[in-house]
Design a protein around this ligand. Structure first.
Ligand code: SF4
Length: 742
């Protein structure tokens, strides 16, 4: 850290603009943020930042900040106090709830939250009694999550940014990192310098394409045809990784009829790519393995986005590239915490950590929250509503404008809150404006007056609440490569702004459920403590592995990044000790454990039964006509719900963590029982699996009767019948020899 003086202190913060997660030092002189420097010791940005990151300070302290709460009355904006704002908003919300039910409020959250604010926001919606909660990920990478999770298990980037420099080839489809994620290009160009051919597929010749060895100009929307063309070419020439496919991949034979028709000539007809180029790219990928496949929203924002991301994942399986250093599917997210906000449940179809919405999920989180399941149930009007997905972000306008019954939505949306969800909200033009003009209550919570607040023609009952930026609060943030980093508060909230934590607390208090909601979280002077929220996250997120990232550990890691030698790392191929200071999830274990995080998902150097994982290539969707010329003929995502419950994600990976054979067998059985396609790989009959799952569920229910949440989690991880976590006393990290211990 740069040396502090009596007047000048330095605070380490994380850039708030994109998902690369660059860290920087903020210089604070007598409480005023006067300058910033990129952190040289950061393994991610290594002393660099881009033009957006360089504007961090200016955005936070800029003139356009919203300075105090405001209200629109008779078409005029007037300044009001926080007390008045909270009291009027909560009164109106309670009236609306009384008349129309809890689902008549829609809570639109943000990928700009800290992890703790995201988690608190989802918890708030649960205590209010609705699943009408969502954020930007719905319209950017939700198709990636569907496609990738359905193939591998987790809907996330498989490797790290740094790892790209070890790739033997780099294929970028539908992404322009040179402009959208500039610092990630550092790693891409390192990879190129190390000899990896860089292939860029894009309809536009972008700045990224300008660095490529091979630029593939593609007809917009026809990516699927090109990907299948590559897969076909690879099989045609016998370049597929047969051993890998036989050992790890289930259902690959179902792909062959899909790809059969995508000859180089057909690819040319549909995608506009010359046959020689398709052949050349396939050969380059086959001859340079393991290679990475990077994509961004050019591949996701299509009506067949889930299918495209599945096809891309399958291409990597065919090449044997997943679960290997330098390989993987590396998906660059948008906002700085789009990964964390999704992980921690700012979505309409799940509670935090992808537990889903079924009764077991509510019981799990009820235990973590120290509250009764029946209390939570009472906040919804019925069990059915409690377990039903809320409206996605893409449909909230329909929830306002259309007959609720036609939408399978029980209540009309009468109150809209945009909390940290800025410009992107107004993307459907007149429809959207019209919808917002008709709600009974419109609240915008943001550091800046947003498009929503400015464009609405609504004359009354519009509120603008000034939120602090992420630089004005402590908290953690998860970058695109799953690395969780601690972000120090740089300055106190400016003007009359309040942190997301405080606003959530004040609203919960005025709405009458703060006592119940904050039973397990420390609150000081109306401000929930970020560290305390993170500890609660640690207690509940076993499915995804945020359990080992305590606030203390995260802070230590940020402090000790200076052990990382960024100069010697540049250009080197070998792993460098200390590279993974950012604790990518899954990081299992009790918060005080030393599990180093998982920079490489599905590590193929480990056997299947120890978390190396099998993959699913099975193709249940009809993709005929992948030209996008007849969009209606596409059936997207119908396979996603087919036998793929959330439990699989964490449990299958947890196989490698169970200490004793019994536990391992149990976890294996849960995994295969929950996801029948894996039975074949484990040579277990469906009946056997079902019996074991029934036994295990009965045992979990028994344990859940009188133990606290940690006991239950202990029993999940160890298979202990009594729910004792005694056998969990050894830190899990010490049983995991493959990565350097930090
Ligand atoms: Fe910020 Fe992204 Fe630029 Fe890094 S690359 S400085 S995280 S905008």
């Amino acid at each position: 850290a740069p040396p502090d003086t009596p007047d000048m202190v330095h605070r380490k913060t994380i850039c708030q603009f994109c998902s690369v997660g660059c860290s920087m030092w903020a210089e604070v002189e007598n409480g005023v943020w006067v300058g910033q420097e990129p952190a040289f010791e950061s393994p991610i940005n290594q002393g660099t930042h881009c033009a957006k990151g360089a504007a961090m300070r200016e955005i936070a302290i800029g003139e356009r900040r919203l300075k105090y709460p405001m209200k629109k009355e008779g078409g005029e904006w007037v300044r009001i106090s926080w007390d008045q704002a909270i009291s009027e908003i909560s009164e109106k919300l309670l009236d609306i709830r009384e008349t129309y039910g809890p689902d008549s409020a829609y809570w639109l959250g943000s990928a700009k939250y800290s992890n703790e604010a995201a988690y608190l926001f989802r918890k708030f919606a649960a205590f209010w009694g609705t699943n009408n909660v969502d954020h930007q990920a719905r319209i950017c990478h939700s198709t990636t999550v569907a496609g990738v999770a359905n193939t591998f298990g987790y809907g996330a980037m498989t490797n790290t940014f740094n790892d790209i420099r070890r790739s033997k080839s780099i294929l970028i489809i539908g992404g322009n990192p040179a402009e959208a994620h500039p610092v990630s290009m550092l790693h891409v160009l390192n990879g190129k310098e190390n000899g990896a051919p860089l292939i860029v597929v894009d309809p536009r010749f972008t700045r990224t394409a300008a660095h490529s060895d091979e630029y593939v100009r593609i007809r917009p929307g026809s990516d699927m045809g090109f990907i299948w063309g590559l897969v076909r070419e690879i099989f045609e020439n016998g370049w597929e990784d047969r051993e890998y496919l036989a050992q790890r991949v289930f259902g690959i034979e179902e792909i062959l009829p899909e790809v059969e028709k995508w000859t180089p000539e057909e690819v040319e007809r549909v995608c506009g790519i010359a046959p020689d180029q398709t052949r050349r790219v396939a050969r380059t990928l086959a001859e340079n393995r393991p290679g990475t496949l990077v994509w961004c929203m050019g591949l996701t924002q299509h009506t067949i986005g889930s299918s495209m991301t599945r096809a891309a994942s399958i291409l990597q399986l065919v090449l044997g590239n997943v679960g290997k250093v330098g390989g993987g599917t590396n998906i660059f997210r948008g906002h700085d915490n789009v990964q964390g906000a999704t992980d921690l449940g700012v979505v309409c179809d799940s509670l935090p950590a992808y537990y889903g919405l079924e009764e077991g999920a509510w019981r799990h989180w009820g235990r973590v929250w120290g509250t009764d399941y029946d209390y939570l149930l009472s906040r919804f009007t019925s069990k059915e509503l409690m377990e039903r997905s809320g409206m996605p972000l893409s449909r909230y306008m329909d929830g306002i404008l259309e007959d609720p019954e036609s939408l399978d939505q029980p209540h009309p949306v009468k109150a809209m809150t945009f909390w940290g969800h800025a410009a992107n909200s107004i993307t459907r033009g007149p429809d959207q404006i019209r919808a917002l003009d008709t709600v009974d209550l419109l609240c915008v919570v943001d550091p800046h007056p947003t498009q929503v607040a400015i464009m609405t023609q609504k004359q009354d009952n519009v509120y603008l609440l000034p939120a602090g930026t992420t630089a004005e609060m402590h908290g953690s943030v998860t970058n695109s490569s799953r690395s969780v980093q601690w972000r120090d508060k740089v300055i106190e909230p400016l003007f009359e702004a309040k942190t997301d934590y405080e606003i959530t607390y004040l609203l919960a208090k005025a709405l009458g459920f703060a006592d119940e909601m904050f039973k397990t979280i420390e609150v000081v002077d109306n401000v929930p403590v970020a560290e305390s929220i993170l500890r609660e996250i640690n207690r509940g997120t076993w499915t995804i592995g945020y359990t080992g990232q305590s606030p203390e550990r995260l802070k230590r890691h940020m402090e000790h990044q200076d052990k990382f030698d960024s100069i010697t790392l540049r250009g080197q191929i070998a792993p460098v000790e200390g590279e993974y200071y950012c604790l990518p999830w899954p990081s299992w274990g009790r918060p005080e454990d030393s599990h180093p995080g998982t920079p490489l998902l599905y590590d193929q150097s480990r056997p299947v039964a120890e978390g190396g994982l099998p993959f699913r290539a099975r193709w249940g969707v009809e993709h005929e006509g992948a030209t996008l010329l007849a969009e209606d003929s596409y059936t997207v995502g119908s396979e996603i719900k087919d036998g793929y419950p959330e439990i699989t994600l964490g449990m299958i990976h947890a196989l490698g963590w169970a200490e004793d054979l019994t536990a391992r067998e149990r976890l294996m059985i849960i995994a295969v029982g929950a996801d029948r396609f894996r039975l074949e790989l484990f040579d277990i009959s469906e009946e056997e699996a079902q019996r074991a799952v029934d036994d295990l569920e009965a045992s979990l229910l028994r344990n859940s009767g009188d133990g606290d949440s940690e006991d239950i989690e202990g029993s999940w991880m160890t298979g202990g019948e009594s729910g004792s976590n005694e056998s969990n006393s050894e830190p899990l990290g010490q049983r995991f020899p493959d990565y350097p211990e930090n």
